[in-house]
Structures are given as structure tokens and as C-alpha cells.
Design a binder for this molecule. Structure first.
Ligand code: FAD
Ligand code: DHB
Length: 389
């Protein structure tokens, strides 16, 4: 065999899996379609569950995160001017870390380079073959040349639009999907955060989220109709809309400035089962998508990687198939609970076009219950900081 594990996709899932396997003495090759610069330019997730923090430390990439990330002990959920504090630390004993996906990815590339890992960029036409034979093969084109690698296992870490999931015959896949009738417009701006903790804001004008990357860099979002494009949203329009969706006490402190990035992401819940097909394993966005409300996307990718690196290490080092046989069920149990939480947070906080007055009252009642019940707040906190692996 050419290598032990071929990993399709050099995003956070593929890099973290490779890093953990390499540290366990297992050889990998990562095949990534884009350039490294492109992967690092994608502004996406910003919040790490504590389980993800510990996994990154275990992978030997925790130093910069621990020095530059911000641990948050709570968050705010608001309904117009009603503000509910969710005190993670008091309710669960845990916290979360504010540290951007681009930083995580950059740290993983640096660690992989230091280990001499093989990461091929610009690969095209990836085909995954021989998944039910004694060894798998992956064919691809690199710099116009056809190449073939044989391996024991293939990890499909190639995101929602990748080839791995589609390699599993359609009649063997069960897919579950919910598409939401809105997207999130996000901006990055070099301004100080409006609040020291995140604010998830429900309002009569729709949802807004105030997040951050550091003391002088904010990431703010507003819910927008699916038909909107970034060209429809001047900075001025964004700030006006954002200001009227957050509580007035926060709006009074808001400092605005030019945006340095602006993008729109549609919201979707999606799961494809099973996560294993012979010698192929699906990981992260290749197998599931959550709407971003609740910050679960990157964290679910991390828990999949946790289960799979253990399973592959058992298979390749201890000659035991127990872990790889259990991988799909084990990962899916956690995935479905995060699916439920992300769907519930999305439903609780967004305005649905054409909704009736009953729906808006249900949202307000959910928020009122959260304000009055410590049990409800603990339930939210337990899910937000991350369910155990
Ligand atoms: P990806 O990050 O998608 O990485 C997959 C990699 O595979 C990519 O680098 C891609 O180039 C490569 N690839 C694809 N196809 C092929 C192929 N055929 N051959 C080789 N390589 C291939 N999560 C949050 O928690 N909060 C957020 O605010 C948030 N915002 C998001 C905004 C957007 C626009 C998107 C798309 C996602 C967002 N997410 C967010 C989700 C989070 O970013 C993902 O869950 C996370 O990136 C999953 O990592 P991954 O490595 O599994 O997949
Ligand atoms: C961020 C994104 C999220 O989806 C979320 O729930 C919290 C923070 C962010 O980009 O900072």
C-alpha cells in the first residue's frame, strides 16, 4: 500500500484527523482541491466547545489557542429588550472558547508541516475505488497528471459538496433534510465588540448575532431573505438593521466601522446515514450540516474526528475492527442531538416569512420560560457547551 489512510479534503476535519493519526504513528495523505490560501480565507465558525479545545490540545495544536483565544463563561439570549443570561460556568461547570476556524486551520497546517505530513493541493477528479476489497484505491489528477494511491482506509472529509458521500450508492444512503427560508449575512469589522459575551437576539425584525474574534475584531450577523445578495447590503444598511435587532442597551454602545468581509450563508439541517461504506468513513460536513445558530458545525466535525481517529488507531495498531464497526452509530448518536439543538435554537430565534401571530407568541413564550426557569437555562447551557463524547 502507498499509505495507510487517504484523507479527502484539507479543511478542519481532514487536517485534525491527519494530525491525530500521524501522532499515533499512522501514515496519511491529504488530497485537497483548493489552494491553502483559499482554505485559510474562508471565514466560518468562531466558537469551540470545551471538548474541541481539549482535542486540539491533544493534537498538539493548543498553544496559540490557549494564548490568544478567549474563554467565555456565558452568553445572552434576548427578545427585543428582554435579556436572558445563560451562565455556562454556574449551570454546567464548563465554558467555551472564542477562536476562529481560520486560526484553527492555520495552526493545523503549521503542525502538519512541522511533522512533514503530505498534503497535496489542487487535486482534481478524485475517485474512490475498491471499498469492499482487501485495500482501497483513490485516483485523482494533479497538475494534469493522473495519479493513484492505494490504502487501508479512506476518510471523506470533503465537506457538503465533496465526492465522498456520493461514492456511497444512493440506494444505501438515508438522507434527512430541512431547508430554512432565510440565510445569515455576516460581516467582519475591525471594531471593539458591543458586549463582552455573545448576544443571540430575537426581535420583531428578525434574528441578529453579535460575536467576536478579538478585542478589536467583531463578527456580526443578521437574518436575511434567501433572495438577498451581498450587493443588496451596504455597510450602512447592515449597521442600521443590526442596531435595531439587538437590545437597546447594547445598541447604545455599538461602535460601527467599515466591513472587511461580508458573506451570506443559507441555513440547512442535513444528515446522511450511514457514515461508513466498506473502507470509507464520512466525517464532518461531508455527512451532516447544521444551521449555525448554536455554533455546532465545526464542533461536530471535531467529535466525528475524535471517534474516527480512535477507531482507525485500534484497527491499524491493534488489529481490532471494533471501533470502525461502531463508528457510524457512535458518531450519529451525538450528531442527532446537535441537530435537534441547532434546529431548536434556529426555530426559537428566527422570524419565518409569512408566519402567523401564534408562531411569534411561541417564540416569546420560549424566551420567557428561559428567563424564569433555571432548568430550561441549564438544558440550553448543557447543549451549547457540548454534550460529552
Ligand atoms: P469543510 O470546511 O467544508 O472542508 C472540506 C474541504 O474539502 C475543503 O477544503 C474543500 O475544498 C475540500 N474538498 C471538497 N471537495 C473536494 C474534492 N472533491 N476533492 C478534494 N477536496 C475537496 N459553523 C459554525 O459553527 N459557525 C459558523 O458561523 C459557521 N459558518 C459557516 C459558514 C459557511 C458559508 C459554511 C459553508 C459553513 C459554516 N459553518 C459554521 C460550518 C463549519 O464551517 C463547518 O462545519 C466546518 O468547516 C466543517 O469542516 P469540514 O472540514 O468537515 O468541511
Ligand atoms: C459564530 C458563529 C455562530 O454560528 C455562532 O453560533 C456563534 C459564533 C461566529 O462566527 O463567531
Amino acid at each position: 500500500m502507498d499509505t495507510q489512510v487517504v484523507i479527502i479534503g484539507g479543511g478542519p476535519s481532514g487536517l485534525l484527523l491527519s494530525q491525530l493519526l500521524n501522532r499515533a504513528g499512522i501514515a496519511t495523505v491529504i488530497l485537497e482541491r483548493s489552494t491553502r490560501e483559499h482554505v485559510l480565507s474562508r471565514i466560518r465558525a468562531g466558537i469551540l466547545e470545551w471538548g474541541s479545545v481539549e482535542l486540539l490540545r491533544e493534537a498538539g495544536v493548543g498553544a496559540r489557542m490557549d494564548a490568544e483565544g478567549f474563554a467565555h463563561d456565558g452568553t445572552w439570549i434576548t427578545d427585543a429588550d428582554r435579556m436572558v443570561h445563560i451562565d455556562f460556568k454556574a449551570l454546567t461547570g464548563k465554558r467555551v472558547m472564542v477562536y476562529g476556524q481560520t486560526e484553527v486551520t492555520q495552526d493545523l497546517y503549521a503542525a502538519q508541516d512541522a511533522m512533514g505530513a503530505t498534503i497535496l493541493h489542487g487535486v482534481e477528479d478524485v475517485r474512490i475505488l475498491d471499498l469492499d476489497g482487501p485495500q482501497a484505491a483513490v485516483e485523482f489528477t494533479l497538475n494534469g497528471e493522473k495519479r493513484r494511491l492505494t490504502c487501508a482506509y479512506v476518510a471523506g472529509c470533503d465537506g457538503f459538496h465533496g465526492v465522498s458521500r456520493r461514492t456511497i450508492p444512493e440506494e444505501k444512503r438515508r438522507e434527512f433534510e430541512r431547508v430554512y427560508p432565510f440565510g445569515w449575512l455576516g460581516i467582519l469589522s475591525r471594531t471593539p465588540p458591543v458586549n463582552d459575551e455573545l448576544i443571540y437576539a430575537n426581535s420583531p425584525h428578525g434574528f441578529a448575532l453579535a460575536s467576536m474574534r478579538n478585542a478589536n475584531l467583531v463578527r456580526y450577523y443578521v437574518q436575511v431573505p434567501l433572495r438577498d445578495t451581498v450587493e443588496d447590503w451596504s455597510d450602512e444598511r447592515f449597521w442600521t438593521e443590526f442596531r435595531r435587532r439587538i437590545p437597546s442597551s447594547a445598541a447604545a454602545k455599538l461602535i460601527t466601522g467599515p466591513s472587511i468581509e461580508k458573506s451570506i450563508a443559507p441555513l440547512r439541517s442535513f444528515v446522511s446515514e450511514p457514515l461508513r461504506w466498506g473502507r470509507l468513513f464520512l466525517v464532518g460536513d461531508a455527512a451532516h450540516i447544521v444551521p449555525p445558530t448554536g455554533a455546532k458545525g465545526l464542533n461536530l466535525a471535531a467529535s466525528d474526528v475524535f471517534y474516527l481517529h480512535q477507531a482507525l488507531t485500534e484497527a491499524l495498531k491493534q488489529n481490532s475492527d471494533k471501533g470502525i464497526d461502531a463508528y457510524s452509530d457512535r458518531a450519529l448518536r451525538r450528531i442527532w442531538k446537535a441537530m435537534r439543538f441547532s434546529w431548536q435554537m434556529t426555530t426559537m430565534l428566527h422570524r419565518f416569512d409569512g408566519e402567523d401571530s401564534f408562531a411569534a407568541q411561541m417564540r416569546r413564550a420560549t424566551l420567557a420560560h428561559l428567563a424564569e426557569s433555571e432548568t430550561a437555562r441549564r438544558d440550553l447551557a448543557e447543549n451549547y457547551v457540548g454534550l460529552p463524547y
